[in-house]
Ligand binder design. Structure first.
Ligand code: ZN
Length: 69
């Protein structure tokens, strides 16, 4: 995969409206699937794909954040 292709794919997938600061930002992926970091406010957001891609605030109580595999 070329660098140009890889960069283009990431920009296409990860741009969205941050639920925390309401800015349209290129989200940065984290080690957790569907969890992204906003480069503007540094808060994390959860990506939903439901016809279109949405980002929502994370409710950590509903996640298995502390579970170790
Ligand atoms: Zn933000």
């Amino acid at each position: 995969m070329s660098l140009l292709e890889k960069t283009g794919v990431q920009l296409m997938i990860n741009v969205g409206t941050c639920p925390n600061c309401q800015e349209v930002v290129p989200f940065e992926p984290t080690e957790k699937e569907h969890i992204y970091t906003c480069p503007a406010c540094k808060e994390k957001a959860k990506q939903y794909v439901n016809g279109k891609i949405l980002y929502t605030k994370i409710i950590w109580d509903l996640e298995d954040d502390k579970r170790q595999d």
